[in-house]
Design a protein around this ligand. Structure first.
Ligand SMILES: Cc1ncc(COP(=O)(O)O)c(C=O)c1O
Length: 419
């Protein structure tokens, strides 16, 4: 791509964003020096000018297998040649196979899957299933949670800023503190379900104490409320475990998945539920919850191939090892710059760097970008920079990202001083 055409591409995209996509976002992205992504492979994104970036934002957790994984692309292409979207009136081979594969992979006796197209849809489906299965109406969620931005998912999410404009949201939803069971038993009296993230991702990478989910499971059992684990971000290897729930050896009643489910090739989400739960809701009402595009052949073929790569290539183990390096390296930087970084937390390759002031992020992230490394805020807590690379990342790439973070932090401190 020539320089002249690179400039033309940038101007075209910027104008289109400004006029037709999201004018204020277009301006913010321009000011922060955001380039145009044109292609990507592995851990690398290439921009409109041919510059390469190491992707440590990772599509907010989507690109578990890196970008454009050839085995998943081959499976998708092969499926597209035969049939891409489901005709719906006949059995769908790929949906059956993908559901069976998820049941083999998921903890305990999670068995029946419903495939959809996004994380928020998986959460909506999970909430509906819990209400229908228990004949109860109340849902309990956690402060600072993020479950998506459709109305139901937004209701169980925690950030006031995203909710305010749309209130009143769903009735009968109560939020309790995250990471502690204080007050949970009382809140769960007569509740249909407790929905919780094994690690709060968008909430600023909040890792609860070990044993939290086990205690939650016991309280849910005692109250008859179902446990919904939102593993949209933590699932499928991200935390150095196949699922975040595995940290405590807990089997939820319903688990929501999305993001990495197709390895970053096509949009796909799902919830998977225990058979008695599903039966209690839908044994006599099989079409109560449906989706035209959900469970389409291409999405299921992608999910099947992505699960194969995840399990066969040892990516969960790699996430665990590289995660330790990333966490340790980021903590060393925090140690050198306590004026800028207040805490570094994480599990596997979901790492959050909490800044002492939100003001530093506006310099650190663009500086990292200049050095060819992407990073991003977390949605509920803009003071936290997330580092969430593909699970295929190498030790050298972790080093490169840490180096960019160190330079970004040093530059921010030099420019801004103590905020
Ligand atoms: C834990 C969790 N649940 C649900 C969602 C919503 O997913 P989507 O953006 O695909 O609707 C997200 C997105 O970040 C998430 O992190």
């Amino acid at each position: 791509m020539t320089l002249a055409s690179a400039k033309e591409i940038y101007e075209e995209v910027y104008e289109n964003y400004k006029e037709y996509v999201n004018p204020p976002l277009a301006r913010v992205m321009k000011v922060s020096g955001s380039p145009v992504e044109v292609c990507a492979r592995g851990c690398t994104i290439v921009d409109h000018a041919g510059k390469e970036y190491l992707d440590f934002a990772g599509g907010y957790g989507v690109f578990t297998l890196g970008h454009s994984h050839p085995k998943v692309i081959a499976a998708v292409q092969d499926q597209m040649e035969r049939m891409s979207l489901s005709g719906k009136t006949m059995f769908n081979i790929m949906l059956g196979r993908a559901s069976k594969r998820l049941a083999e992979l998921a903890p305990g006796d999670l068995q029946i899957s419903f495939f959809c197209n996004s994380g928020a849809e998986a959460v909506e489906g999970a909430i509906k299933l819990a209400k229908a299965a228990t004949n109860r109406h109340k849902i309990v969620a956690t402060h600072n949670a993020f479950h998506g931005k459709t109305l139901g998912a937004l209701t169980v999410s925690g950030r006031e800023y995203f909710r305010r404009e749309y209130e009143p949201l769903l009735p009968n939803v109560e939020h309790v503190p995250y990471g502690t069971t204080d007050g949970l038993a009382g809140a769960l009296t007569d509740a249909a379900a407790f929905i919780v993230e094994p690690v709060q991702g968008e909430g600023g990478v909040i890792v609860p104490p070990a044993g939290y989910l086990r205690a939650v499971r016991e309280i849910c059992d005692a109250s008859g409320a179902l446990l919904i684990a939102d593993e949209v971000q933590t699932g499928l290897g991200r935390c150095g475990l196949l699922f975040g729930c595995n940290r405590d050896g807990v089997v939820p009643d319903i688990m929501a998945l999305a993001k990495g489910l197709s390895g970053g090739i096509v949009p796909v989400g799902a919830y998977i539920a225990r058979l008695p739960v599903w039966n209690a809701a839908y044994a006599k009402a099989p079409l109560m919850h449906t989706s035209t595009f959900g469970g389409n052949e291409v999405a299921c073929a992608a999910a099947l191939a992505a699960i194969d790569v995840l399990t066969e290539d040892g990516l969960v183990e790699n996430a665990r090892e590289r995660g330790k390096e990333l966490l340790g390296g980021a903590r060393a930087i925090a140690h050198s710059y306590p004026q800028v970084i207040s805490e570094v937390r994480g599990l596997g390759l979901l790492v959050g760097v909490e800044l002492t002031s939100e003001g530093y992020g506006g310099t650190i992230i663009p500086e990292m970008l200049k050095m060819g490394v992407t990073a991003a805020w977390t949605l509920n807590m803009q003071r936290v920079i997330r580092l969430e690379p593909p699970l295929i990342v190498t030790a050298q790439e972790v080093e490169r990202a840490l180096n960019a973070l160190r330079v970004g932090v040093a530059t921010a401190y030099e420019k801004l001083g103590q905020l």
